[in-house]
Design a protein around this ligand. Structure first.
Ligand code: MEV
Length: 436
């Protein structure tokens, strides 16, 4: 308990006033608190990777890097552990909203997460099954033999680490032409890897033995991103929110549950948080996006992935979704910025990362719903967006601060702000300068 208290005190100090610091002060604080080494600070300060050589090992026809900003969300306490959340994202106000909402929860609530299942899925398609009963019997009776074969020939490394291929099952899908398609699902625990490569190899290695044993023709093999056997659940409990505020958020949540048009936007907001963590840690965010959206439509209608309910004065939010990530192998291990992100997160396993990503997604959703059901999204968004407009309008040096002040005034009176406002205000500023 004493250790936990010390950790809490350390992070309270680290979080305190973080958003008000300059870039240099931020680095200095993270270094002082032992979160970044001097080498890591130097590397980040000079803009990250400065040679295209590493990129050559990731992709083809390399030209260089497309850099997006990396920031740190603060105030997160997940499963009672304070966490620094590195987020790589280009959209204004996502990190501010995540930090602000996490602070609210930290002060009067909790974020809890759990992992439900560990298996990813590979698919082996038999487009036109000749004998479905025989195929069913094969999977039932010789499935274990196939599992052993795959574990021996392809997944022995995973088996050594406590994972590996676990089972086979058969799905029967009706075809539009009246026939039946057979899909063999191969389940595997990829340990701390994302597992795409290994599950694809396993499926391809089983192709010949299955064809030989069944006489069926296999059309294709590939992993499924609908990883519904590797789910993560996050729950946010906020105490004393007040009946009215809690009900407003519950109504917003119901809106997104009932209406796919709203669900798409609400889920986009969730993915704002999740993707930013995935990008920062070098993970395949397209895979997670695809899986989450497919899972959100699992009952036949596309729905919100989160659910918020009012419980007297309290607000409770829940979200269950597939998040398959890796902390070993691929870009995560090779990209120096991803390695720094993993260090900042202080995680040990890929399960930790999936649980943290889920927590960030749910918190991000709460931040959006809170704004949407009170002041609206424009206020927080546009205040930060002003900084963007100032640069887009072409302000330089001391003009920047003057223009920011002007735009804030315009926003306060007109409740809206555009690039045209910024261009006009800059024009006026310069005209005033010349006339003085
Ligand atoms: C914007 O990036 C995300 C939101 O539209 C999410 C939402 O509407 O819930 C604010």
């Amino acid at each position: 308990l004493e250790v936990a208290g010390e950790i809490d005190a350390k992070f309270s100090q680290l979080f305190h006033g973080f958003s008000k610091l300059s870039l240099t002060e931020r680095f200095e604080k993270l270094r002082q608190f032992g979160e970044l080494s001097q080498d890591e600070v130097d590397y980040l300060k000079q803009g990250g990777i400065d040679s295209a050589e590493l990129a050559e090992t990731f992709i083809e026809n390399t030209l260089g890097y497309f850099q997006i900003p990396l920031g740190l969300a603060t105030h997160f306490v997940i499963d009672e552990k304070p966490r620094l959340i590195p987020m790589a994202v280009e959209e204004t106000s996502i990190i501010a909203a995540a930090s602000k909402t996490a602070k609210w929860i930290r002060e009067s609530g909790s974020i809890r997460t759990e992992a439900l299942g560990r298996e990813i899925i590979g698919q082996i398609q038999i487009a036109k099954v000749r004998d479905m009963n025989a195929l069913e019997n094969f999977v039932k009776e010789r499935g274990a033999e196939m599992v052993n074969l795959a574990n021996r020939d392809v997944a022995s490394g995973l088996v050594r680490r406590g994972g590996g291929v676990t089972k086979l099952s058969l799905r029967r899908l009706p075809r539009p032409d009246g026939g039946e398609m057979g899909v063999i699902h191969v389940y595997a625990d990829p340990c701390d890897a994302m597992g795409a490569n290994i599950i694809n190899q396993v499926c391809e290695a089983l192709r010949d033995p299955i064809e030989r044993a069944t006489g069926e023709k296999i059309a294709m093999c590939i992993l499924s991103n609908l990883a519904d056997h590797k789910l993560v659940r996050a729950v946010v409990h906020l105490r004393g929110v007040g009946k009215e505020a809690a009900e407003r958020i519950a109504e917003a949540s119901l809106f997104a549950w009932c209406d796919p048009y709203r669900a798409a936007t609400s889920n986009k907001g969730v993915m704002n948080g999740i993707d930013a963590v995935l990008v920062a840690t070098g993970n395949d965010w397209r895979a997670v996006e695809a899986g989450v959206h497919a899972y959100a439509a699992r009952d036949g209608q596309y729905r919100s992935i989160t659910c918020w309910t009012a419980q007297d004065e309290d607000l409770v939010g829940e979200m269950t979704l597939p998040i398959v990530v890796g902390t070993v192998g691929g870009v995560t291990s090779l990209h120096p910025t991803a390695r720094i992100a993993i260090k900042l997160l202080g995680i040990e396993t890929s399960e930790d990362l999936a649980r943290i990503a889920a927590a960030v997604g749910l918190v991000q959703n709460l931040g959006a719903l809170r704004a949407l059901t009170t002041v609206g999204i424009i206020e927080g968004h546009m205040k930060l967006h002003i900084r963007n407009l100032v640069v887009s309008a072409g302000a330089t040096g001391p003009e920047k601060e003057l223009l920011e002040d002007q735009l804030e005034k315009i926003l306060a009176t007109t409740k809206r702000i555009s690039l045209q406002h910024a261009v006009n205000a800059l024009h006026n500023l310069r005209a005033r300068d010349i006339s003085q």
